[in-house]
Design a protein around this ligand. Structure first.
Ligand code: ADE
Length: 305
């Protein structure tokens, strides 16, 4: 393992702006596992901002390939380039020297939005002064606030030329004070020059969140992220339900081509449903931008105050 001739034990370049001493990172329980990586809860002692010692650490699993290592390095580099915003999971630091690569990111105590919504079915409709913080109950306004926050995060990523490609409630995390944060955007490609990105390798695809042109031609653009955002809106209003439950993945494209769309969730207002339907315009140009979505959702949200 210490043999410098083994290329798999890479020497990564040191970036002093981000490097954190390895001995200050105390790993805890596993939060999630993906195909080639895992996310572990950790304590990061005395290095980061005061009071913020709980972090999430992304790392590779044993037996990873060189390509997977390069993917994690590229994810970290994309996070550095994208920069900070309240509604995204921000990079806090990394350990690149003398051991496995640790990519240290913000920890979101309430976990994924999908699980959060599934575990909190209490929706209160009668008006109340009790907030989500007080009661743990969700109001219709909380749900619209979630939609708005996700749109803000996506608007920022779009402004940084970052295409997510896997926007879904499972990839949105719930942080302190119920602040929503878009996660895993570093798996996305930065498209400073290319205005679209074609996926070359065939991993598992999030077909139920994919736009027709992604299903058809593996084309991913900011407009296909907008389609996925519409599905995310639907998930929020359906409290974490699975979209197109009665359609098999392989038939989804023809289902959409035939003009079918997800139905209006029972508790969803018409104006909100019309926003979803705009996101699901068959032609990408018919879909709103994230900036327009932010404005529309802001309007609905303030009308609820
Ligand atoms: N699961 C995956 N990433 C996470 C994070 N940053 N915070 C909390 N749970 C997670």
């Amino acid at each position: 393992i210490n043999d410098p001739r083994i290329l798999s034990e890479y020497e990564l370049p040191l970036d002093k702006d981000w490097e954190v001493p390895r001995n200050t990172v105390v790993l805890g329980k596993v939060l999630g596992e993906g195909e080639f990586g895992k996310v572990v809860k950790a304590d990061c002692v005395g290095v980061l901002k005061r009071g913020q010692s709980t972090v999430a650490v992304k790392m590779l699993k044993d037996g990873h390939t060189d390509a997977e290592m390069m993917a994690l390095v590229s994810e970290m580099e994309i996070m550095k380039v994208v920069g900070k915003h309240v509604n995204i999971i921000n990079l806090l630091g990394c350990c690149t020297q003398g051991g496995p690569l640790y990519v240290i990111v913000e920890f979101a105590p309430y976990g994924s939005l999908r699980d959060f919504l599934r575990n909190r079915p209490e929706i209160i409709t009668e008006s109340t002064n009790e907030s989500l913080e007080d009661t743990g109950n969700l109001t219709p306004k909380d749900l619209v606030s979630f939609a708005y926050q996700a749109a803000k995060g996506m608007e920022y990523l779009a402004s940084r030329h970052c295409i997510h490609r896997d926007l879904a409630a499972r990839n949105v995390l719930v942080s302190e004070n119920f602040i929503l944060k878009i996660a895993d955007f570093g798996l996305a490609k930065n498209i400073e020059t290319d205005y679209y990105y074609r996926k070359k390798t065939s991993g598992k695809l999030p077909v139920r969140w994919m736009a027709p042109e992604s299903l058809n031609s593996m084309l991913f653009t900011i407009q296909t992220d907008v389609w996925s955002f519409g599905v995310l809106l639907w998930e929020i209003m359906m409290l974490g339900a699975t979209p197109y439950r009665n359609v098999q993945g392989q038939y989804l494209l023809q289902h959409l081509k035939a003009g079918n769309r997800l139905e209006k969730p029972p508790s969803c207002s018409l104006d909100l449903y019309l926003i979803m339907r705009e996101c699901w315009s068959f032609y990408p140009k018919g879909r709103p931008s994230f900036t327009v979505l932010v404005k529309q959702l802001e309007k609905i949200l303030t009308a609820m105050t």
